[in-house]
Ligand binder design. Sequence first.
Ligand code: ARG
Length: 255
Amino acid sequence: MLRKLLAALTAAAALIAVLPGNAGASVPRESVVGGTRAAQGEFPFMVRLSMGCGGSLYSSRLVLTAAHCVSRTGTNTSITATLGAVDLQSSSRITVKSNYVYRAPGYNGNGKDWALIRLATPVTGLATLPIATGTAYNTGSFTVAGWGAATEGGAQQRYLLKATVPFVPDATCDNSYPDLVASDEICAGYTAGGVDTCQGDSGGPMFRRDAQNAWIQVGIVSRGNGCARPNYPGVYSEVSTFASAIAAAAASLGG
Ligand code: ARG
């Protein structure tokens, strides 16, 4: 009970910590996360987590998400993962409880925004999303998806939304985010804004096609100033930077 309360409080604190500073400002934003609905089965590796984050299926029992979505490394049976359905209320959705959380060592809110959640039972019949192990795919145009807000300050979504966003070089992104950790973070979005991930998409994957035309994960939804604002791209954890640490952690969790 206390544990549940603590987890809820931590999740709430994490959410508040990433809310835009001027969330109450008067200018409404049409910050469309996707504008379009993903088709059932289009992104089988997408995961919704009960603390209000996204994730990606790394292996049959591991979900890759953001460090800021979880509280600490250790046993954790309080998270529910929902998989296998674009509609979170679908009768064919799969729900599985967590049994362990691994948060990136040294995570302090500055870069290193990744974590693994181990599921109590493995899921079958869903494709996993391989992660980029080098920098080759850290360019071009990326797909993002999630059940987060479809407008800045808006409600969480029942149906999975998707969007495409272009890569933004560190040198450009740094003008918007002077605190950018260039080695740990990768930015994507349009100069004019309008398309972006938003609150509740955190932890979900940013991905693209590889040379074999397969999906490969290059980013993890991490942060942004508001959502879809002009000159403020979304900031994602740079998966290639953490690929070997993620693989090592995954192995330590039993794969
Ligand atoms: N930190 C947010 C979350 O917890 C995601 C923010 C993404 N923001 C953006 N503008 N791309 O869901």
